[in-house]
Ligand binder design. Structure first.
Ligand code: NAG
Length: 346
């Protein structure tokens, strides 16, 4: 049977639509696990550190600790890219922490941010490398100063004396610790910042050593599930995210903990593949201690060419509130993992 040109075109069109939709369907749904909802924490590096502190402050009622690696305090940018690059990253001695506290207070007053007393008993770990040429480590001192206003002082630990360049310090993976490794931003520092921050947050964890393998499952999932009105790319988010499930959490024999790890600029899947989600150091710690690691992913767009998390307002002025598009999407992911009904959270 000979097909006419238009029939052949239709055929190809149908085939390509079919293959596109099956490739989308091939990315699995994020599944729920047995997680203690009082044991949810966040961390991140660089723009991911700023996102982690945003998530922590905005949803402090649901978060018990945060790790802030080479980041800046909550709302440092005031929603301006120029302030992010200037004051926050380059001349952080000029950051006015009382002004950021005032913004936080009014955010809580208007219901855009959880009441700040929920932070009182949380635990925060702060890291700034002495050699950081991208985010001046004085910004990390400002993060500590900000948190001291809200938290029990003994719950804040700041490590500011390691000769690390900008990036994620690891036990034994990546480029030289004191050099800028602009391919992956993973720095081999003989120092697992992932372990240090998780151990500070949860306490009493078993430490990985250089031979520890991550024996659980690294799964990818469909992030489009967590956007109701548009594709994730409308908010500079990837269609795919990752979750690391330790074997002790896959069989649901243990109550597990949940940690959300935010990658830095140019460290998402579209830039580095699976380098960060495999080698940042979280998975080994998760395996040894039954901590599930959620790795939401962002992409680059015209307004966000470096693929950073939104800590300077490129998704709109509500980016650092409980109406922010990225924050609400990640919170829906967390709720799914916790097994909460999505209708509760909207
Ligand atoms: C790594 O650090 C540990 C201490 O935490 C030290 O005992 C060891 O010698 C260091 N290894 C290297 C290769 O520097």
């Amino acid at each position: 049977m000979a097909l006419s040109v238009s029939e052949r075109l239709l055929c190809c069109l149908v085939l390509s639509v079919w293959s596109t939709s099956t490739s989308i369907q091939a990315v699995p749904r994020l599944a729920p696990y047995d997680v203690d909802r009082a044991k949810v924490s966040v961390s991140g590096v660089s723009s991911g550190a700023c996102m982690a502190t945003q998530y922590h402050v905005v949803y402090s009622r649901e978060i018990m600790g945060a790790g802030i690696i080479a980041g800046a305090p909550f709302m440092c940018s005031g929603g301006l890219a120029a302030t992010a690059l200037g004051t926050c990253m380059t001349t952080p001695s000029m950051i006015s922490v009382p002004a950021l506290e005032a913004i936080t207070t009014s955010g809580a007053l208007f219901g855009n941010v959880d009441a700040t007393y929920h932070m009182r008993n949380d635990r925060v770990f702060i890291f700034g490398g002495t050699r950081d040429s991208v985010v001046n480590p004085v910004a990390s001192q400002k993060v500590a100063q900000y948190y001291h206003h809200y938290m029990t002082s003994s719950h804040i630990k700041a490590v500011l004396n390691i000769n690390a360049e900008h990036g994620m310090p690891t036990l034994n993976y990546g480029g030289a610790c004191a050099q800028l490794n602009s391919k992956t931003y993973l720095n081999n520092c003989n120092y697992s910042v992932a372990f240090q921050l998780l151990n500070h947050i949860y306490g009493g964890l078993q430490a990985p050593h250089s031979k520890t393998q991550a024996n659980g499952q690294l799964l990818h999932f469909n992030q489009a599930d967590f956007f109701h009105l548009a594709l994730p790319s409308a908010y500079s988010m990837d269609s795919v995210g990752y979750i690391y499930v330790p074997s002790g959490c896959a069989d649901k024999q243990h109550k597990c903990k949940l940690h959300v790890a935010f990658h830095g600029c140019k460290m998402g899947r579209v830039f580095v593949g699976e380098e960060y989600v495999r080698h940042a150091g979280y998975n080994e710690v998760g395996d040894l201690n039954n901590i599930i690691i959620l790795y939401p992913q962002v992409i680059s767009t015209l307004t966000n060419p470096q693929g950073c998390w939104d800590w300077f307002g490129y998704t709109g002025s509500l980016f650092a509130t409980n109406k922010g598009f990225q924050l609400t999407a990640v919170r829906r992911m967390v709720s799914r993992v916790l097994g909460s009904s999505s209708s509760v959270l909207g």
